[in-house]
Design a protein around this ligand. Structure first.
Ligand SMILES: [Zn+2]
Length: 375
């Protein structure tokens, strides 16, 4: 049996086609496309992989590949505008958030395919993870850190287990992409589950939905989370949840937040005139500013926070420690109930998280001591 699969749909690719996980336009934007790059640690050997950046390609069906080319061309222009420090209209963040889902899961699948001893058999592929759960994008503008791209935060066991958060540096900007079930819902007052039974990595059972209070948005990630230039996010939920819990979802503030194109279908659910369980609902683009959130209509311009002072800039390593904490919190979410098959992995995660954080903190201190702040 061949273990070659299309990174988008998971089926054996029908025709020979390669997908660049980091697209060619991004390689060209950040340097010479055939330069060497680092591609994570092979967990079986403990060694860091290094090869030409344009060889980070994996099999994909022709069809799947061309379906995503539209997204790539849209996102290329959005990223170019961000790098030029232009303001972006809200609806464009839908594409950008999709793209970060694609790259995050693509990197996870890519590293998995490169590992000699596979830790997991992937139970989902890119297509099953684009716009599936709440997602957040945090952007830092680090003027002067120089060109290049770097993927970070993907060498942890948690990321292997749960590819929910990573960092991507593109020239002077660092993007933190985070996506997981209900991560934003609980911050903006959407219904949340009491318990989620994780049966395998792609299947989960939501036991009981509860109303949430939207009083903890100021606790965004951590108290000491560095002041970013932009935080945007989107709540995504299944129609089936709203069908089973209409009373929880029949709220004016929820209707105001649902993205325009889903409103008719959402009303049908509230009025119990549909049982279309397969739909996913998305909210408008939410921007988190000073502990509050702003709901943006499609054509609203998203304003950047340009008030961050230089002293608040942090080193890349400090940012990585924050990402580790977020990964650890996501997996440690008290509403999750993992099945017994996960026990071994969970033990390993708990063991390595502290060693990994200790090591990274130590190198951060060495780094700071050498006074090489990235700002
Ligand atoms: Zn495919």
């Amino acid at each position: 049996m061949t273990n070659k699969f299309c990174i988008f749909c998971g089926l054996p690719p029908s025709s020979k086609n390669k997908e660049h996980i980091i697209p060619e336009w991004l390689l060209n934007l950040t340097g010479v496309p055939n330069r060497k790059g680092k591609f994570g640690i092979d967990f079986s050997t403990g060694k860091e992989r290094e090869f030409s950046v344009d060889s980070f390609v994996f099999p994909a069906c022709q069809k799947c590949n061309s379906e995503k080319s539209n997204l790539e061309s849209k996102v290329k222009n959005i990223i170019l505008d961000i790098l030029d420090r232009k303001e972006i209209i809200a609806e464009n963040f839908n594409f950008l958030l999709d793209w970060f889902d694609k790259v995050r899961v693509g990197v996870w699948l890519g590293f998995e395919q490169l590992d000699k001893n596979k830790m997991f058999v992937p139970s989902f592929y890119i297509n099953q993870r684009i716009a599936m759960s709440d997602r957040v994008l945090v952007i830092f503008d680090y003027d002067g850190i120089g060109n290049g791209y770097t993927i970070s935060g993907v060498d942890t066991i948690i990321f292997k287990f749960m590819p929910s958060a990573f960092l991507l540096k593109i020239n002077n900007f660092v993007f933190m992409s985070v996506s997981n079930l209900f991560i934003l819902s609980k911050k903006v007052g959407f219904p949340i589950p009491k318990k989620i039974d994780i049966t395998n990595m792609n299947e989960f059972l939501i036991k009981q939905m509860l109303a949430s209070k939207n009083d903890n948005i100021t606790q965004w990630f951590h108290d000491d989370f560095p002041f970013p230039d932009l935080i945007v996010g989107q709540v995504i939920f299944d129609a089936s949840l709203a069908i089973k819990n209409t009373a929880l979802y029949d709220k004016d503030f929820i209707k105001k937040m649902i993205s325009e194109e889903y409103l008719i279908e959402f009303e049908k659910i509230i009025n119990k005139s549909t049982d279309n369980m397969n739909l996913k609902f998305k909210t408008k683009i939410l921007q988190i500013i000073n502990g509050h959130f702003k709901v943006n209509d499609k054509k609203d311009l998203i304003k950047w926070n340009r008030t961050r002072i230089k002293e608040e800039s942090i080193t890349a390593i400090e940012l990585l420690i924050h990402l580790y904490k977020i990964q650890f919190e996501l997996y440690n979410d008290s509403s999750y109930k993992y099945n017994s098959d996960h026990k071994k992995i969970i033990k390993e995660i708990n063991k390595t998280f502290h060693t990994q954080t200790y090591q990274i903190k130590k190198s951060a201190n060495d780094f700071i001591r050498k006074n090489k702040k990235i700002n």
